[in-house]
Design a protein around this ligand. Structure first.
Ligand code: MCA
Ligand code: AMP
Length: 492
């Protein structure tokens, strides 16, 4: 049996999940996920790595479905409840999911897919109905999850991890950040990415701790939970800390004092998924007394580097490789670089993903010949700690902690009837890290940027919509015809 489930049997009556005002024990989770597994199996003995997509908001039910898919031998493909249909449709098709489990509140969104041959859309109630029956034995080397990530190709790729890889990603963090069964964490992150799924939910459940879900991030709700004194841990992206600071600043002195005092009692607060600006770190320290623990990760590797739980946390740095993670910095020829010299981060270890789903060539290209995973992030070792310096591609944007491919947005923009050409870039932004900006070419036609944003919203998630536009007669290009994106930035 998967070790995560074995542990849950031991934790039994302890609170595992709080969602929608209810508290669910580990026993509840074990029972419910076995029922889900039995229903999904529908008399078969094993799902044999069939991909099962699920559209369920962050909740006890989300977790029971995820565990149920795993227990039945399937591959969990979480869909994001905030995404428009075309984004979900791409994931469903690319992953080859033939079954989708959907919460009734989102049934209408998937309605256009209902008549699709070979696709079965099952309401959540439908996987909760039968009693459980014996379940297959799952080997650690089997595929378990597929998360979609944007990269230097125009369409997102499915990052496949096995039960063993997931386990190793969890154990590393449980050890490094000293998770305990008395921990209580809030999960306000989306549940189609590593940060929310592994770092928060799975680490909590591995440890016998309690994970409280909120449907989405609201600064007021997070501060409310901090004030209640029930939390011991908090993990979020820098944009969330920025928003929490703004909320704190909007309060009167008396309230601020209470909020600060309550926050100072947590045992750990972590930031990641994007660079934590030093002013945000400093402001948070002045408000709460916490030096945020900054760490570095990626969908393909889980977490790679972390500042220390007990030792030094250096502002602007991401610390040292986590236990079990091997890291090297290399130059363009894959030769290791000296300290104080920028180099690409390459990673090896049991935490590294198995493959990009059905993209053999992309998988091969993602690894150096000697097996190291090429992250595309550039860092430097300085005074014994790693500092992230940037990325080697201008086509990748990080906004609000989400990784966005400029090429994907350009590709969609090309489908608009009035747009002849486009180039998308990320512009530095205090709140979002970067904001998406688009330079458009339309020939003689006038463009209505609001109409374009509206048109895009039906096709892309909100965080991929450009927040700034400019119109140009033509795009700046170099002699090879490639758009010079750094030059483009200066036009905004
Ligand atoms: C939303 N808005 C934006 C953006 N996103 N504006 C500019 N840039 C953006 N990126 C706008 C919306 O369109 C809306 O405006 C307004 O902000 C509020 O939208 P809402 O969706 O309510 O925003 P929010 O809830 O405040 O979202 C901010 C957020 C969210 C909570 C920071 O972006 C988020 O959950 N980020 C976390 C992503 C994450 O977990 N990444 C991990 C992947 P209007 O009303 O005008 O439309 S990375 C990972 O997993 C690796 C392994 C790692 O290292 O962790
Ligand atoms: P994703 O693939 O969405 O998981 O995003 C992973 C990317 O986020 C990494 O390749 C980095 O570019 C970026 N990232 C994650 N953590 C940090 C951090 N602490 N500082 C800077 N960049 C980060």
């Amino acid at each position: 049996m998967i070790e995560l489930f074995q542990k849950a049997h031991l934790y039994k009556d302890r609170a595992a999940i709080v969602s929608n005002g209810n508290t669910y024990s580990y026993e509840d989770l074990v029972v419910k996920s076995s029922v889900v597994a039995t229903n999904l199996l529908n008399k078969a003995s094993d799902l044999k790595e069939a991909r099962i997509a699920f559209l369920v908001p962050p909740s006890f039910e989300y977790t029971a479905v995820q565990w149920g898919i795993w227990a039945a031998g399937g591959v969990a493909v979480p869909l994001c409840v905030q995404h428009p249909l075309p984004s979900m449709e791409y994931v469903i098709e690319d992953s080859g999911s033939k079954v989708i489990v959907v919460h009734k509140d989102y049934q209408d969104v998937l309605q256009p897919l209902e008549s699709r041959p070979g696709l079965s859309i099952i309401l959540l109630e439908g996987v909760f109905k039968k009693n459980s029956s014996p379940l297959p034995d799952i080997d650690l080397n089997r595929r378990a999850m597929m998360l979609y990530t944007s990269g230097t190709t125009n369409k997102p790729k499915g990052v496949v991890t096995t039960h063993g890889i997931i386990q190793s990603q969890i154990i590393t963090l449980v050890e490094a950040w000293e998770w305990q069964k008395d921990d209580y964490i809030l999960n306000i992150l989306p549940l189609h990415h590593v940060h929310g799924i592994i770092n928060v939910l799975s680490c909590a459940l591995w440890s016998g701790a309690c994970c409280e879900f909120h449907a989405k991030f609201e600064a007021k709700e997070v501060w409310g939970a901090i004030l209640s004194g029930r939390m011991t841990l908090f993990m979020a992206v820098p944009t969330i800390y920025y928003k929490l600071i703004n909320y704190w600043e909007s309060k009167n002195k008396k309230d601020q004092l209470l909020m600060s005092e309550a926050a100072s009692k947590l045992r750990l607060m972590v930031s990641g998924s994007a660079a934590l600006p030093v002013p945000v770190l400093e402001k948070w320290k002045s408000i709460t007394g916490h030096t945020l623990l900054e760490r570095y990760g990626m969908t393909e590797i889980g977490m790679g580097l972390s500042n220390s739980y007990r030792g030094e946390r250096r502002p602007g740095y991401v610390g040292l490789p986590l236990p079990g993670v091997a890291l090297r910095l290399v130059d363009k020829d894959n030769a290791p670089v000296d300290k104080d010299t920028p180099g690409e981060i390459q990673i090896k270890g049991p935490c590294v993903f198995k493959e990009y789903w059905q993209k053999e060539e992309a998988t091969k290209e993602a690894f150096a010949k000697d097996g190291w995973f090429r992250t595309g992030d550039v860092a430097m070792l300085h005074n014994g700690m790693y500092k992230i310096l940037g990325r080697d591609s201008v086509d990748i944007i990080k906004s609000g902690g989400y990784k966005i491919s400029a090429l994907e947005i350009e590709d969609v923009l090309r489908g608009h009837k009035d747009i002849e050409d486009s180039a998308v870039i990320g512009l530095e932004d205090e709140e979002w890290g970067e904001v998406v900006a688009a330079c458009l070419v339309s020939g003689q036609k006038a463009l209505d940027f609001e109409e374009i944003s509206k048109w895009l919203r039906a096709r892309l998630p909100a965080y991929k919509i450009p927040r700034k536009y400019i119109l140009q007669k033509k795009l700046p290009r170099n002699v090879l015809g490639k758009v010079t994106k750094n030059e483009l930035k200066s036009l905004f």
